[in-house]
Design a protein around this ligand. Structure first.
Ligand code: ZN
Length: 66
């Protein structure tokens, strides 16, 4: 499962959590203050397609993760 980053609305604490793809947008619980944290919009690629091997360029168009 990929790692997503969440930022607490109350204290701004950032958390990295491993979640299912389908649950990535669900709110998380802040470990510091117990507030509600939402997924941060980050630029880093999550999961596949990071390495620059060049050989395998398969488009994940029909990806149906569940
Ligand atoms: Zn917090």
């Amino acid at each position: 499962m990929p790692i997503y980053e969440y930022v607490c609305d109350a204290c701004g604490q950032r958390h990295e959590m491993i979640r299912r793809y389908s649950e990535r947008d669900a709110s998380a619980r802040c470990a510091q203050c117990g507030g509600e944290a939402h997924r941060a919009l980050s630029a880093f690629a999550v999961g596949r397609g990071g390495a620059s091997t060049g050989a395998t360029a398969s488009p994940a168009a029909c990806y149906s993760g569940g």
